[in-house]
Structure formats: C-alpha cells, structure tokens
Ligand binder design. Structure first.
Ligand code: GLP
Length: 248
C-alpha cells in the first residue's frame, strides 16, 4: 500500500483526479469504480474541469458505484445516484446508460444479481476510488468479526449512521442498511486510490498506518494486501496521525 501526502485536501483532490484522467486517457474504455461521501465529492469538480478543458473524454467509460442505502429512492436528493448525477455525470460526456449505482428500492436479492452483472458481466474494474468511514469501512463494509467478499446487504455501524446523519434531518432518518460491493469486489480492481481528510479520520488513518496489521476490525486495512493501492492524505492529517514517513 502506497501513501501519498499532499500539501492540502484540495491538492489531494487534484492529485486523485489527475490520476483518473491519466488512466482514462491511457484506456478510453476504462471501467471505473466510483465513490460518494463528502471527501470524494470534491474530486469530481476536478474531473468536470478536465473534461471542460478538453483534457479527457468519458464517452466510452463505464462506471459502477460502491454502494447505496437500502430503501433509498434514486430520486431522493441524498441518494448516491442523485449525488453522482449532480456532482459528475450531468456535466461530462459519459453515457448514463453506462453508469450504475445500485437501486435502494429494488428487491435486494434482485439488485445483488444486477450489481454482480454490472461488476463482472464484461470486464473487471480498472480502477476503484474510495473514501473511508469513521468506522474504518470501505464502501459500506463495516468492522466486525469477519468481512464479506461479494456484493451484499450490510447493517450500518452506529458511528456511520451518526457521521452520515448530516445529510438527513436527524439520525433516525438515516437508513440502517445498505447494498455494497464486498471487500473482494473492491480488491479485484486493478488500481485503487483512497482519499481521506479531516479530524474525524484521525483514529482510522492512525491505526491504518501504524503497522502491517490486516484485520476485519479495520476493513480499510485489506488495502495492504493489494498490489496497487494508494492512500492519499494531506499533510495536516498525516501529521495528526504521526505518520513517520514525513520525516524521511
Ligand atoms: C459513506 C460511503 C463510503 C464513504 C464514506 C466516507 O459512508 N458509503 O463509501 O467512504 O461515506 O464519507 P466522508 O468522506 O463523507 O467521510
């Protein structure tokens, strides 16, 4: 697992977007795994800008998103489908038919089958963008005594419900279950980049970078097993996590 430390969160977003643009330019039919969440959100304006500047063409790109709340209508402004449309898809030349965000309204078993078809029907993901939850989750894979490899329904951790309640009227309105890629699905992506920032991520990033441990109690730690996974953090977060590489 590589660690990239940037000067600021804004620089982190620019860095991640630059990597994604380079990947699409090298492979115009790239299949991208995408992420929502407040941290990943600010990556998308950089991708839109690159498109507007004629630096990238998304017309042949396909995308699969990590997760969605169960019971969430795609029409709801806080649904991950709406986020992806308003943050990214509506502003670039991607064919929306080639974008997939799981439906939270469909029968879960049916949706799992559709999700798997989108993930594996043609080719594997060339890339996966990730954020990390305060619980240490990736996608919605929460900590516990085991992890799940494939697409599944996941109960949200209490800390995730609290953290994500900022998008809802109250914590009671946050859906308690989600449909998510499993950690095995994420790990099959050719290249993975995770972006993290902010004080709420100090505990998980500190644990992640402290040692070589891989544990289901910290789902993000599976990235240590991947051949091409990069964690992008800003200097402020790195310092607060006592990330020693800084002193090299
Ligand atoms: C949600 C998503 C995760 C994302 C996380 C981090 O829970 N399901 O995929 O990584 O948010 O969100 P934020 O960046 O807002 O802290």
């Amino acid at each position: 697992m590589n660690v990239v430390v940037t000067k600021s969160y804004e620089d982190s977003c620019a860095y991640v977007a630059q990597e994604m643009v380079a990947l699409v330019n090298a492979n115009p039919t790239a299949k991208l795994g995408l992420a929502t969440g407040g941290t990943a959100e600010k990556v998308y304006p950089h991708l839109v800008k690159a498109y507007q500047d004629g630096k990238v063409d998304f017309s042949e790109v396909t995308t699969v998103n990590l997760d969605e709340y169960l019971g969430m209508s795609p029409e709801n402004p806080v649904s991950y489908r709406k986020c992806m449309d308003t943050w990214f898809f509506d502003h670039v030349n991607i064919d929306k038919a080639n974008t997939y965000v799981a439906s939270g309204l469909n029968d879960p078993e049916e949706e799992i089958a559709i999700f798997n078809e989108k993930l594996y029907g043609d080719k594997l993901l060339d890339f996966q963008l990730l954020g990390v939850g305060v619980s240490g989750h990736i996608g919605f894979n929460e900590p516990g005594d085991h992890l799940v490899a494939g697409v599944h329904i996941e109960e949200l951790d209490e800390s995730t419900i609290q953290a994500n309640s900022r998008y809802f009227d109250s914590p009671a309105d946050v859906p308690t279950r989600s449909i998510t890629m499993g950690v095995g699905d994420i790990m099959k992506a050719e290249k993975i980049i995770l972006i993290a920032t902010g004080d709420s991520k100090i505990p998980v990033i500190t644990k992640l970078l402290a040692d070589d441990a891989v544990t289901s109690e910290l789902p993000v730690s599976v990235l240590k097993l991947h051949r091409d996974a990069t964690i992008v953090i800003d200097r402020e977060l790195a310092e607060k996590c006592n990330y020693k590489e800084l002193e090299k």
